[in-house]
Design a protein around this ligand. Structure first.
Ligand SMILES: *Cc1c(COP(=O)(O)O)cnc(C)c1O
Length: 385
């Protein structure tokens, strides 16, 4: 055993694979529960798109979180994992009819609606079933998040949500639709956010919009502020659990809820990122003219974040205690972007060594593909192997 990994057990498994530390996941979920429940009316959902591994979903459901879905497939996965449909919210700019019907048939808590054409379709489909759909409008708050450009979602230029200046108009339109009931407002400004000032800016925006609603004597059941809390990719050992206290306290301090109103959160990355590692085996060490390559059997088909977002993941050679050497860690896929890290220090690596690519529990396994006809990686739980 080196560090936190059961190497002897890993030797029996086919690499690459995902390894999930379920103790850490449970501790993380406890921290979320403790910090959120200090504040009245806070309701936490898990953003299923971060990782829909059925075993992880069950652990998260057992901790009492709801499910935030962005597709019919995620609604199905959530129901299979035992999430009560009254705790399922469904967002997405392009909901197709079967997905809306699935939500209606299951009487989900809320559709987070991103346009008037979508609202009209939900009204029609609900009418055909004689049901009333509960909806929240996803507003674009035009609040920037200081994160990678590909993962900001709350700016006017992004495709998500309805322009906040249209809030009253869309609520008025909805009031004429007999199969629609407006129950909330929804926001989500981006991901991997570590600056509480960004969430504070969202709170200020929500406060302004609520004042505008008040002037028109409208009170909604709930406000949903989405997710986006980041994790420490540099220091997965030192900071395994994100600062949920700072996160929930920011909202408690800055966002003014109306009496009886609930505040909903949709956390994805912060729940699952740190509990997961991608374990990969060293195939070859190639000494180049200027570089030393560590060629491993995982590629961007297993973990696409470095190729897609230039994301950093800490990498450790868990088989070696030898002195450090600099490597580019690369995968086998026929694309130049198939690189996990450049010029990083690893304990001297040899064919057969196992590397752990850390903080890979979110947007890892779920984004895996079969490009190059590769097999999908398996996911193993620490309490099962
Ligand atoms: C992706 C997403 C989330 C979760 O984001 P994280 O950064 O993983 O917390 C929450 N809500 C919506 C609507 C999303 O699209």
């Amino acid at each position: 055993m080196k560090g936190i990994f059961p190497l002897d057990k890993f030797e029996q498994l086919q690499t690459p694979f995902y390894y999930y530390d379920t103790d850490l996941l449970r501790q993380t979920l406890r921290a979320i529960g403790e910090e959120a429940h200090k504040h009245e009316g806070f309701v936490v959902h898990y953003a299923v798109k971060a990782n829909a591994n059925p075993k992880l979903l069950r652990i998260i459901r057992e901790a009492g979180l709801g499910a935030d879905c962005v597709s019919g497939g995620e609604i199905e996965a959530s129901i299979r994992a035992g999430f009560p449909s009254q705790k399922i919210v469904y967002a997405g700019v392009g909901k197709s009819d079967w997905e809306i019907n699935l939500g209606l048939d299951n009487d989900i808590f809320c559709f987070n609606v991103e346009s008037i054409p979508e609202l009209e379709v939900i009204n029609q489909l609900a009418a055909a079933k004689g049901k009333v759909a509960r909806v929240a409008f996803r507003l674009n708050p035009n609040v920037g998040a200081h994160t990678h450009a590909n993962i900001t979602t709350g700016l006017a230029e992004n495709k998500f949500g309805i322009d906040m200046r249209d809030m009253l108009r869309v609520i008025d339109e909805a009031s004429h639709m007999p199969y629609i009931r407006v129950v909330g407002l929804h926001f989500h400004i981006g991901s991997q956010i570590l600056d509480m000032g960004d969430f504070e800016a969202l709170c200020n925006r929500v406060n302004d919009l609520q004042l505008e609603l008040e002037r028109h004597r409208i009170t909604l059941e709930h406000i949903n502020v989405g997710g986006g809390l980041g994790v420490d990719y540099q220091h997965p050992n030192r900071v395994p659990i994100p600062d949920f206290k700072a996160y929930f306290d920011t909202y408690a301090k800055k966002l003014r809820l109306r009496p009886g109103q609930t505040l909903h959160f949709e956390l994805g990355r912060a729940v699952v990122a740190q509990c997961g590692s991608l374990i990969t085996r060293t195939l070859y060490i190639k000494e180049g003219q200027q570089k030393r390559f560590c060629i491993v059997d995982a590629g961007f088909t297993d973990l696409i974040r470095p190729a897609l977002y230039q994301a950093y993941h800490k990498i450790e050679n868990i088989s070696s205690d030898e002195p450090l050497l600099a490597y580019d860690v690369v995968g086998p896929i026929c694309e130049s972007t198939d690189v996990f890290a450049k010029q990083i220090d690893l304990n001297a690596a040899h064919r057969g060594d196992l590397l752990a690519i850390r903080s890979a529990g979110a947007y890892g396994e779920i984004m895996a593909s079969q490009y190059n006809c590769r097999r999908l990686p398996q996911g193993y739980m620490s309490d099962e192997i």
